[in-house]
Write a protein that binds this ligand. Structure first.
Ligand SMILES: Cc1ncc(COP(=O)(O)O)c(C=O)c1O
Length: 412
């Protein structure tokens, strides 16, 4: 349940980047769906790690190496707890993309074959499309898509119909669409997929930064997310997996740290989660992501969600007053995360983004790594504004003012 009345967050001062100005104007950053800004707490945790605690993890017996290991593994424990996962089944990857590829390679190559179906949706990010295309091309399986309605939603009836074929081996879908903002009914979807005897993977790249997420309660077989969108550093992502599936899986990458013993011809594998973490880990990034989840826990994810929902509601209301502007995706702020894609009649989205930039407003324009969705929507590209906990109503108002200005420049 989402809180009905929650005080707005006022945390801009926690994020050093907002001391910057562009042509004398404050930074209006509306591109958090691409990557979030970082609070000082994250930057300082990584700085402190390198200044005071740097050593390689897991292998050293000396005190400094033990400190580094404790910081890194301690971060894993807090990251797992933040997302409702178990520590041993919380695997660090480079990003969400690598987490999904891990499943496609290490699970998919063994369990998916000719005649099987991998089911995804038309609203997926390329990270949750291309690994499945590669898998299906290699194995002779079929890649099928759940459709997206004109108002940007999936249909549970269509999911049931696909599952009824009995051929679906794995269904993979976004928690929140990075283009439409749609919050998908993932708990319902996972339950249906499980009942049909298939595995589920949720791409939580936009979910974890915006919603309270409890992967234990969701009970998907895999849940992938990426640190840099959740006020953490780049270079670290997370895969939560079901223990018995991870234990039965072959490793993804081979090398140091992921083994127990190595002989001349064969090897045995380390325990979870390290079996899936070959080579030296992203130690500072792990420490940074630990600080990021501490920061978000301190704010409270219920409050983050309430803040962004209110901001989205305000922005949708104000955008409705911009002539020629069409918002894509669900109409109400209750059904969507803090992501608003739109078209402005008569101006190409890239020109919109460029004109907004002149007013100090950062939005993204393009296909947002979702080319099949663009094709489904019949648009070449959209402009997209997206919010983080540091945004305010003033930022949404600055977006609207800059859009009005863009219309004046184009004399439309
Ligand atoms: C829904 C979704 N999935 C996956 C990704 C990929 O994230 P990363 O590039 O960090 O792996 C993104 C990033 O834009 C995203 O929005």
């Amino acid at each position: 349940m989402e809180a009905a009345t929650t005080p707005a967050l006022d945390v801009r001062a926690d994020f050093p980047i907002f001391t910057r100005e562009f042509d004398g104007r404050p930074l209006v950053y509306l591109d958090s769906a691409a990557t979030s800004q970082k609070p000082a707490a994250v930057i300082e945790a990584m700085d402190d790690y390198y200044r005071r605690h740097n050593a390689n993890v897991h292998r050293g017996v000396y005190a400094l190496a033990q400190e580094a290991t404790d910081l890194f593994e301690g971060a894993r424990e807090r990251i797992a707890a933040f997302a409702g996962g178990e520590t041993a089944t919380t695997i660090f990857t480079r990003n969400a993309t690598e987490a999904i590829n891990l499943v496609a390679y290490a699970w998919g190559r063994e369990h998916v074959g000719p005649g099987d179906v991998v089911l995804i949706t038309e609203m997926e990010h390329h990270s949750n499309i291309v690994p499945w295309q590669l898998l299906c091309q290699e194995t002779g399986a079929e890649l099928r898509y759940l459709g997206v309605s004109d108002d940007g939603r999936l249909s549970l009836d269509e999911l049931d119909a696909e599952l009824a074929s009995g051929r679906v081996k794995l269904a993979a879908f976004a928690h929140i669409s990075n283009v439409l903002g749609t919050i998908n009914p993932v708990a319902d979807m996972v339950a249906r997929v499980r009942a049909a005897g298939a595995l589920s993977l949720i791409d939580g790249s936009q979910g974890v930064p915006q919603l309270p997420v409890d992967v234990g309660a969701l009970d998907a077989d895999f849940y992938a997310w990426t640190g840099h969108k959740a006020v953490g550093p780049t270079g670290i992502g997370v895969l939560h997996g079901r223990r018995e599936i991870l234990e039965a899986m072959r490793p993804f990458l081979g090398g140091g740290d992921m083994i127990r013993t190595v002989g001349f011809q064969e090897s045995t594998w380390n325990d979870l989660p390290w079996k899936f973490e070959a080579g030296t880990s992203m130690i500072a990034e792990g420490v940074g992501l630990g600080a990021a989840v501490d920061y978000l826990s301190g704010l409270g994810m219920e409050r983050v969600r309430a803040h962004e929902r209110e901001l989205t509601r305000h922005a949708l209301e104000r955008l409705a007053g911009v002539e020629g502007l069409r918002v894509i995706g669900p109409a109400g702020a209750g059904d969507r995360g803090g992501v608003i894609s739109f078209e402005l009649a008569g101006i190409h989205p890239h020109d919109v983004a460029e004109l907004l930039n002149r007013d100090g407003v950062c939005v993204r324009a393009g296909h947002h790594c979702a080319m099949p969705l663009m094709r489904r929507l019949g648009v070449p590209a959209t402009a997209r504004a997206s919010f983080g906990p540091y945004n305010s109503r003033e930022d949404a108002d600055a977006l609207v003012a800059a859009l009005q200005h863009a219309r004046e420049v184009f004399q439309i």
